[in-house]
Design a protein around this ligand. Structure first.
Ligand code: GCU
Length: 599
């Protein structure tokens, strides 16, 4: 009886309940037409464009009419791309920019058409042929709008009103330590699907079993009784299912397989077909869990050798937005010797996620609940839940995504605890296969106990605790590093999600003087922190802050910073600093000796 009960509970815990009413799964595996390229643009500093209805894109025809705008022969901006890095006068711009482009379309019977935006920063209104057809808030998640009945035969005019103004009720809010890029910063495409199409699916390994693949496939229109086939040719497996009364087909494949890992990032070709639609993609299968104070990948404990990076190409001083940008960031991370990347501090683009899968890099993907969010606002909570949901919906089949981060450096309060509890509940309703985490900066040195400690009522609900701690930079050493002992969340895996300090590449100085901003100081600080980390009994991994120097308007020093946060192990020109070699050597030791615990 007991065994059956456990099996039923496991079955329930692994079955996913994905609402599939947001967007098409696996957009890059669909019939799409890119709308990337040069778009016409108008900078609307006083936000008068909506009042002037410039989305009608009128042209003067008679003797008396005139319009004080035109999208032709003016500013042109690359899409995808932020506007800040494209025009010197837009470097600091925060406000509205109108984008416009034309495209031809053909009416096709038996087909449906969607506009799909992979990311627009920060909020936008979408107009097609002079009519508002949709809007979205949040820079880092996709959205789609069905335009089957809105498209004209032949020429269509698409206009996007983009605004990146920081706001108290936004996520992130008024101040954050990265550049406030604005624009259509990710791909845009026109998608064509059959009338009856595969709208969403989840195909992943069961939470705990190494040889049970769970599939849940939703068809458009809640179509009942449709045959859906899932094939994994390399495994010689074909699963035939039939949709239920709400158009969902579910099934299980029992099979031996090679589980995805950093050492062997195995991906399988997967094909989903119905009578009218067919989708293919490559999916990896792995198990991830937290047990005791360890993280287990495929039932084996491992040490997380991580690094963080922003979605930014420093040499271009702009958003990373292409497959080659993803390659640059991840190749530099891989060279350091990582098996994981913490994608700070927001959901990063799908090129990065898919490339990480191919390269065998585990990901911590987070929503930008960063420090001073308005935790008292119910509207802000709804925005955060929507961002988390959109993140999980987009990436639920991505085996590289192992951790969902829901907050960074938020401090305990009744409002914040309630906000994060709600957010965590939303996440766990959507995905019970991955681990939920957060990064906290409230570890302090207790001068009585002589221990590093932390009180935070929320952390016990998380699977792994991330700690941001800048010993030797924002916090002076209270003791010799090797004498610093921690007593933090001892019953949980503890991950150092940020540590480090600033150094200007090429600047030499006294290794004991922080204000030298020298590579020698940074190098010594990293060595000292590694000494301290050996004393953390439940340490499961570390993630230095940060891979590359990155842009931030909060960094005022005229020679050491010049609007750059200089904590990179690599300079903004791609040069590796002395501290890079300290971490590289440390990660090589961990990897070669397969070390799980530093004690
Ligand atoms: C914080 C924060 C980062 C920031 C870093 C720093 O820990 O999470 O976003 O860039 O400190 O001060 O450099």
């Amino acid at each position: 009886m007991k065994t059956n009960l456990i099996f039923i509970l496991l079955l329930l815990c692994a079955v996913q309940a994905y609402p599939s009413d947001t967007y098409l799964a696996n957009i890059y595996g669909r019939e799409t037409r890119s709308l990337n390229g040069k778009w016409d643009a108008i900078v609307d500093l006083y936000e008068q464009g909506a009042t002037s209805k410039i989305f009608l894109n009128k042209k003067a025809t008679g003797h008396s009419d005139f319009y004080e705008y035109s999208f032709e022969n003016g500013l042109r901006l690359n899409v995808p791309g932020d506007w800040n890095s494209q025009k010197q006068e837009l470097k600091y711009y925060e406000g509205t920019v109108w984008y416009a482009r034309h495209f031809n379309s053909e009416k096709e019977t038996g087909k449906r058409k969607f506009l799909y935006f992979c990311g627009v920063s920060y909020r936008c209104n979408i107009y097609l042929n002079g009519r508002k057809i949709g809007n979205h808030e949040g820079s880092f998640t996709p959205f789609q709008i069905e335009v089957t009945d809105d498209l004209l035969q032949g020429d269509n005019c698409l206009i996007v009103e983009v605004n990146n103004r920081r706001q108290k009720d936004a996520i992130p809010a008024l101040a954050f330590d990265w550049w406030n890029y604005g624009g259509i910063t990710r791909d845009v495409m026109l998608v064509t699907v059959p009338d009856l199409y595969i709208s969403d699916y989840f195909v992943q390994l069961d939470k705990v079993s190494p040889d049970v693949i769970r599939a849940r496939i939703s068809l458009s229109g809640n179509q009942k009784g449709e045959v859906v086939q899932l094939k994994i040719p390399e495994l010689g497996k074909t699963l035939r299912m039939t949709t239920d009364s709400v158009g969902v087909a579910q099934g299980v494949i029992h099979t031996k397989l090679t589980r995805w890992s950093p050492e062997n990032p195995k991906l399988y070709d997967v094909e989903i077909t119905t009578t009218s639609d067919r989708i293919t993609e490559r999916i990896g299968f792995r198990n991830i869990k937290a047990e005791g104070t360890k993280i287990y990948l495929n039932d084996k404990p491992l040490f997380l050798r991580s690094i963080s990076f922003h979605e930014e190409i420093p040499q271009r001083m702009g958003r990373a937005c292409t497959a080659s940008d993803a390659g640059q960031l991840l190749s530099e991370a891989k060279a350091l010797g990582v098996n994981m990347v913490r994608l700070a501090h927001y959901q990063q683009n799908e090129y990065i996620v898919r490339r990480a899968e191919e390269m065998g890099i585990m990901l911590w993907q987070e929503i930008p609940v960063w420090q001073s969010i308005d935790f008292t606002s119910p509207e802000t909570l709804e925005k955060a839940k929507k961002m988390l949901r959109e993140t999980i919906l987009r990436d639920k089949n991505r085996c590289a995504d192992c951790f969902w981060g829901i907050a960074n450096e938020t401090r305990p309060s009744e409002a914040r605890n309630a906000f994060l509890n709600e957010l965590l509940k939303t996440g766990k309703e959507l995905d019970t296969t991955r681990l939920f985490v957060g990064a906290f900066d409230n570890v302090y040195f207790n001068s009585e106990s002589k221990l590093f400690e932390m009180e935070d009522p929320f952390i016990d609900k998380l699977d792994m605790i991330g700690i941001n701690k800048y010993m030797g930079w924002y916090a002076p050493w209270p003791l010799e590093p090797e004498k610093c002992n921690w007593k933090v969340a001892l019953n949980k895996p503890l991950f150092i999600s940020e540590f480090g300090c600033e150094a200007l590449y090429g600047q030499s100085g006294d290794a004991t003087v922080a204000s030298s901003w020298s590579e020698e100081y940074q190098e010594k600080l990293f060595r000292d922190n590694l000494k301290m980390f050996r004393n953390i009994p439940n340490l499961c991994g570390i993630s230095p802050w940060v891979l590359y120097d990155f842009r931030s308007p909060t960094r005022f020093h005229p020679t050491n910073q010049e609007g750059w946060n200089r904590k990179g192990l690599v300079s903004d020109q791609g040069q590796r600093k002395k501290a890079w070699y300290v971490i590289h050597e440390f990660y090589e030791q961990i990897r070669k000796k397969d070390i799980v615990n530093l004690k």
